[in-house]
Design a binder for this molecule. Structure first.
Ligand code: 13P
Ligand code: SF4
Length: 325
């Protein structure tokens, strides 16, 4: 028991020491850290901005700093670089990818698009920069419904890459002419209806909150479906005091911070031994790697200029839409 306490103290001391070193480097280099809500708690704590995909891309477009360090996954860092080509954008772990982005390879997507001439291509930001370069307008889970609704009723839409989000939007907007790419996120696909129902029996007063990247059968168990930011808002404004949260479990840190008197229960994945209600890619970003990346100013994200320019158009169209609100 004593040695466990010692080990915990060593971990806490190490977090403290690294956080202080990171703060010092940030000041010296005028660097800014952006972190997604799915990253480790101690990573979110050293960030200058935490947010969902939309808030982070908006921040990346407006921040005035020579170095941006992205505590998140590759597509997020790429979005920042597309919007700020003159800044140094650091991704502390180059292997931090995304199963959803990987489910839509640019070569396959280009071939798929050839089958649908005249379609407006709407892609979720969870895609590679090459897929964004083939896209007319990007969206995130926060603004997807709004973006689809903004397109004239007769528009033929091709939505990629998440089939669950695509089908959800189609149900909500009633768009008849919408083709959806068959991709999915390995984390959100893993939730189990049976396990959520068992939790509901255990906590009958709890409200179920789910992200639209989950399967339709899972969404049917939810009291509220929304993006990361929308789930956070709902958790803070709804009077209930217990919530079953069906999305990546990292979001609980922010929910608990904003609502210290409420109870948040992370829905388990189908296989409770796999820990797959956590995104392994997001959890690759550690304080050690952030410190090293700031110190060495590497690994840096670089994008070929012709691809960047094409991708920028689709991201800026999304951001412009947000400004018009
Ligand atoms: P949002 O941040 O848009 O809710 O996306 C969730 C997600 O899966 C990010 O990787
Ligand atoms: Fe990609 Fe899913 Fe991880 Fe989000 S949670 S980064 S969509 S793998």
């Amino acid at each position: 028991m004593e040695s466990l306490k010692c080990a915990n103290r060593t971990v806490t001391d190490r977090i403290q020491e690294l956080s202080e070193k990171i703060e010092k480097l940030k000041r010296e280099k005028h660097a800014v850290i952006l972190a997604h809500y799915y990253t480790l708690k101690e990573v979110q704590q050293v960030a200058d901005f935490t947010g969902d995909s939309l808030a982070l891309s908006e921040q990346a477009a407006r921040i005035d700093a020579p170095i941006l360090l992205f505590a998140g996954v590759r597509f997020m860092a790429e979005t920042a670089k597309v919007l700020s080509p003159d800044k140094k954008v650091l991704l502390p772990e180059p292997e931090a990818g995304c199963s959803l982005a990987d489910s839509c390879r640019a070569e396959d997507f280009a071939a798929f698009l050839k089958q649908y001439p005249g379609y407006t291509v709407v892609s979720y930001v969870n895609t590679s920069v090459e897929v964004k370069a083939l896209t007319d307008i990007c969206c995130t889970s926060s603004n997807a419904v709004e973006i689809i609704r903004s397109l004239p009723a007769e528009t033929k839409i091709l939505f990629a890459p998440d089939r669950n989000l695509g089908n959800y939007i189609q149900r909500i907007t009633g768009r008849p002419d919408m083709v959806v790419w068959d991709g999915a996120c390995g984390v959100h696909e893993e939730f189990s209806v049976e396990k959520i129902l068992a939790l509901k029996r255990q906590y009958p007063e709890a409200k179920v909150l789910a992200h639209p990247e989950c399967k339709q059968t899972v969404l049917l168990t939810a009291d509220y479906v929304g993006s990361t930011a929308a789930l956070l808002r709902f958790a803070s404004t709804d009077p209930s005091d217990t919530f079953i949260v069906v999305t990546e479990a990292g979001i609980l840190y922010q929910m608990e911070r904003e609502n210290p008197h409420k109870r948040f229960i992370a829905a388990p994945p189908m296989d409770s031994t796999c820990g797959c209600n956590e995104c392994a890619y997001m959890k690759m970003i550690t304080l050690e790697k952030i410190y090293r990346a700031l110190e060495q100013e590497a690994p840096e994200v670089n994008i070929e200029e012709s691809v960047r320019v094409k991708a920028e158009g689709s991201i800026r169209r999304m951001l412009e839409m947000g400004k018009k609100k």
